[in-house]
Write a protein that binds this ligand. Structure first.
Ligand SMILES: C[S@@+](CC[C@H](N)C(=O)[O-])C[C@H]1O[C@@H](n2cnc3c(N)ncnc32)[C@H](O)[C@@H]1O
Length: 213
């Protein structure tokens, strides 16, 4: 998958790209490209945002700056899905992640301050997505959330079997995973359920099914 992120802070993604499972698929199943709007803006002094028409606080990401960036990278309007990250968007769920992880190419647009000039969302994007009903200072954390969630669904990101039985997965019928425990078997009088220490795989399987939430 080619996953492109347009942002004002490409360097902020460095930490994420060093983390597994993302690092495991980078350069293989995942080609992650980071673009800075500033590198393409037609405006002198590298501006990419401006005061809102009608007045009010904050700056708005300009449609001409974003269009110039998309034109430069794709040689015109992209033919694949372009997602604006915005609190007004469709809510991100595991189902949406699974859907997007099937795309061969995907572009994420991040904004900051007051957000996008609405013409960006309306005319330059195919989708808009919110990572939750709260407001963050910019779209870079939402973009990282999406990159991580998508990357772990790509082939080879996770060791065999560990990606199927997860919270929200089809194998768990969209429910939440059962609890996990590790050593020590007892700590401060808090024991691990006996069944998990029994070595009886059928009983363990049953217990896990019963404890899907
Ligand atoms: C401070 S927010 C803008 C909030 C906007 N003025 C509003 O009231 O809805 C700046 C940018 O952060 C990103 N952002 C903030 N919260 C988000 C969320 N929950 N999901 C996706 N993107 C978000 C978007 O790119 C947004 O344009």
């Amino acid at each position: 998958m080619q996953l492109d992120v347009f942002t004002l802070v490409p360097h902020a993604f460095a930490w994420l790209t060093e983390q597994r499972p993302l690092a495991s698929v980078l350069g293989g199943e995942l080609d992650l490209r980071l673009f800075n709007y500033r590198d393409f803006t037609p405006l002198r002094a590298g501006e990419v945002d401006d005061d809102p028409y009608g007045g009010g606080a904050g700056m708005v990401l300009r449609v001409d700056a974003v269009a110039a960036a998309l034109d430069a990278v794709y040689g015109g309007r992209p033919t694949h899905r372009v997602v604006a990250l915005t609190p007004q968007g469709r809510q991100l769920t595991q189902e949406v992640v699974e859907e997007l992880a099937l795309e061969e190419r995907l572009t994420l647009l991040s904004a900051r301050y007051e957000g996008f000039d609405e013409r960006i969302v309306e005319h330059l994007c195919t989708d808009s997505i919110s990572i939750g009903p709260y407001v963050l200072s910019n779209g870079d954390l939402p973009a990282m959330v999406m990159v991580d969630a998508i990357a772990r669904r790509l082939p080879g990101a996770l060791s065999e079997g560990s990606g199927e039985l997860e919270s929200f997965s089809a194998d768990l019928e969209g429910k939440l995973e059962y609890p996990h425990y590790t050593r020590p078997a007892e700590f401060r009088g808090w024991p691990v359920p006996d069944v998990l220490l029994s070595g009886d795989h059928a009983r363990i399987e049953r217990w896990r099914k019963e404890h899907v939430r």
